[in-house]
Design a binder for this molecule. Structure first.
Ligand code: MSP
Length: 674
């Protein structure tokens, strides 16, 4: 049996109710936990809520509540959402629980005992929404937080500091020795580039508000909310030395959004090193769900998509499947209700639903609804052999992809089996075999085989669609196999079981139903299209886009059509989709074996991007470091010579680069270009 697996989500702030972004991380973690459990791995899955800090104190004050009373209310919304989405966590931690507060104090004491905590005065810029400090260079024009586009506050107060600067080299060494520590690779490179620029000590206590854990020995200070929050991963196991800690901490894997990678990949490991504790095994940073390019978040309510509503209307499995299948983990995805409906209809209703429906109907018709025995000698011949080989390959690939945090690819493989099984039914043509009594054994084998294929699909996909996989197994007469994993082809489904036909597994969403759902999901006053987002930046006359008519069944019926662009021109909307930004070159290096290419790390206002650019013939790597360039930030990533390129630098020249884009004044990285 493999080593224990301990998967965590970030703990979510209780300043607002759960949205699709939170649901995404939690569903991915749940699917991975279910997969590892099904493989027999000793698995633990933790989620929870982050309840301290200035942001929560302010939100509670606005509501006229004590912060704890506010948190008690909102935490229930998270619990209910996880229930609605069939999240099967083993533990739910709240940072206001005594079991957590005790371990935070212990970690603080350990860091202090290592000589890494000292008293000073902090003066600088703070974004309450991020609960993070910024330097001037990191802010957007007008001293705005680059993430929340809100004014930061200047704070000056006595503060304890953590000697983060001591950990630059140990962290680089750890990352170097453990290439899988930070995933995906592009994010690891980003952190390495950041670490190489040097680390400054960080402020880890505040004195100007009270809602937090008091610093040991100096209760005038509350512990910085990130130090408090990150410790949840250990406190939920009972803290260093506790039995659960001993059992699970070595297998720790933190899943998180790319927005909070630095806290997890720099602060947290440095804290652990200082406290004399081992580091987690893996950090995996996934991308963002956006709506028309804007990050789905609570601070941008126009982009709010309610996972509870979607799960109530389509069933949790449809949403889970869509989120995991649509976009590879690690990459950003633009959410649209249409793609969601499209996936439900094609993959779930058509491919999987059909397979089950046809196989159960034929089992009823030809063998009286009783699972017949397989004929193992036939598995080595023709279409049977092909399906058998494919099923074994798909199982191995599914395992490989889930093991590598690639649920979308796992689902892609599983659907290869689903589609092949549908084709097998057509080729094996049980209706023809049934006419010839001498071919009875073959007929029974075919029926066994397609039932087995449906069973394998259910078991392999169950981590993602647990509820419907359970129904499917029940209809095949094997409810006891829930939570299992297939191992040998045509040996999983016992002969003699009674199958049962039921309502369609995933009903097709026809046009009327689509219109009804879209009317419910899209707020009437939002002016939103089927993508769901409000277009705040485009002039009114240019929306909606010209392609809209067929794509937006209800919500856009009353909208005026967009003026068509003259031939050869693009409408403003198309231009507005380009996310052009100022980026600063942090590092540049040649790519071995590629004469024209350089690998660059670019600072983009709070995040780093890796880019492969064909600049090597025009510029030496050294000449680029420190320059500001114009950067296309929402270009889909692609691999060039095995290296992921996450965007594009603009330069003049067609086949050859003649000159790099530049700005005639210094502006902070991340500033929008229009
Ligand atoms: N409380 C901190 C985390 C502390 S962990 C020790 C926090 N909370 S949060 O409520 O803001 O949640 C952030 C996390 O929610 C992201 O890291 C990501 O997992 C998820 N997401 C929030 N918005 C998202 C998208 N639009 N898309 C994908 N995931 C997103 O930060």
């Amino acid at each position: 049996m493999s080593a224990p697996f301990y998967i965590t989500t970030p703990i979510y702030y209780v300043n607002d109710v759960p949205h699709l972004g939170h649901a995404y991380t939690t569903i991915v973690a749940d699917a991975l936990a279910r997969y590892h459990r099904a493989r027999g791995t000793d698995t633990r899955f933790l989620t929870g809520t982050d309840e301290h800090g200035q942001k929560i104190e302010e939100v509670a004050q606005k509501r006229g509540l004590e912060p704890k009373a506010h948190a008690d209310e909102v935490v229930e919304r998270f619990r209910a959402t996880w229930q609605n989405l069939d999240i099967a966590h083993d533990d739910f931690i709240r940072t206001t629980e005594p079991r957590h507060e005790a371990v935070v104090a212990e970690v603080w004491r350990r860091m202090a005992a290592a000589g890494d905590v000292y008293l000073g005065e902090y003066e600088g810029l703070y974004c309450v929404s991020c609960e993070a400090f910024y330097t001037e260079g990191q802010l957007d024009a007008g001293e705005l937080c680059p993430t929340h586009k809100r004014a930061v506050t200047r704070v000056k107060e006595p503060s304890y500091f953590f000697r983060l600067s001591r950990y630059q080299e140990p962290l680089l060494a750890h990352i170097d020795a453990n290439p899988d520590f930070i995933q995906p690779e592009s994010r690891r490179n980003e952190i390495v580039a950041f670490l190489r620029t040097g680390l400054r000590d960080i402020s880890i206590s505040r004195t100007t508000f009270r809602w937090g854990i008091p610093a040991p020995g100096d209760p005038a200070h509350v512990i910085y909310v990130w130090v408090d929050a990150l410790t949840n991963y250990v406190s939920a196991l009972g803290g260093p030395g506790a039995p659960l800690y001993e059992r699970y901490w070595p297998g720790a894997c933190h899943l998180l959004g790319k927005d909070i990678l630095r806290f997890h990949a720099v602060y947290w490991p440095a804290m652990l090193l200082s406290a004399g504790l081992p580091l987690p095994r893996t950090l995996f940073a996934h991308g963002w769900w956006t709506l028309r390019g804007e990050k789905i978040s609570k601070s941008l309510p126009a982009t709010r998509v309610d996972p509870n509503q979607l799960a109530a209307d389509l069933g949790p499995d449809a949403l889970r499947y869509f989120l995991l299948r649509e976009v590879p983990l690690g990459v950003d995805g633009d959410f649209s209700y249409e793609s969601l409906i499209g996936r439900v209809n094609s993959d779930l209703a058509n491919d999987l639903g059909n397979l089950l429906h046809r196989t159960l109907a034929m089992t009823d018709k030809y063998v009286g609804g009783i699972v017949p025995a397989a004929a193992p000698e036939l598995d080595a011949t023709g279409a049977h052999a092909e399906l058998a080989a494919l099923a074994e390959r798909v199982r191995a690939e599914t395992e490989r992809h889930f093991d590598a945090f690639a649920p979308s690819r796992a689902l892609e493989s599983i659907w290869e089996l689903v589609r092949a099984a549908n084709r097998y039914v057509d080729v094996a043509a049980p209706w023809t075999l049934a006419k010839d009594p001498t071919r009875r054994r073959e007929l029974e084998h075919v029926i066994h085989t397609f039932l087995e294929a449906a069973l394998w699909a259910a078991l392999l996909a169950a981590p993602v669609i647990p509820r419907k996989a359970g129904v499917l197994l029940e209809q095949l007469g094997v409810p006891e196999l829930v939570g299992g994993w297939p191992s040998r082809w045509n040996c999983e489904l016992p002969a003699g079981r009674t199958t049962t036909r039921g309502a369609p597994l995933f009903p097709r969403i026809d046009e009327d139903r689509q219109a009804e759902l879209l009317a419910r999901w899209l707020p009437p006053e939002s002016g939103a299209d089927a993508g769901g987002a409000r277009q705040t930046d485009a002039p009114a006359t240019t929306k909606p886009a010209a392609t809209a008519a067929t794509e937006r069944p209800t919500a856009t019926k009353q909208k005026p059509p967009a003026p068509a662009a003259p031939p050869g021109m693009i409408p403003y909307d198309d231009f507005a989709r380009l996310d052009l930004r100022v980026a600063r070159v942090l590092t540049a290096e040649r790519i071995p074996g590629a004469d024209k290419l350089l690998r660059l790390a670019l600072e983009l206002g709070g995040e780093t991007r890796q880019v492969v650019a064909g600049l090597a013939e025009a510029y030496s790597p050294e000449a680029l470091i420190g320059r500001s360039v114009i950067f296309l930030a929402n270009l889909a990533p692609r691999r060039i010579r095995g290296v992921e390129s996450q965007g594009m630098i603009l330069a003049a020249g067609e086949d050859q680069v003649l000159a790099l884009s530049a700005l005639d004044r210094d502006v902070p990285p991340g500033t929008k270009v229009r």
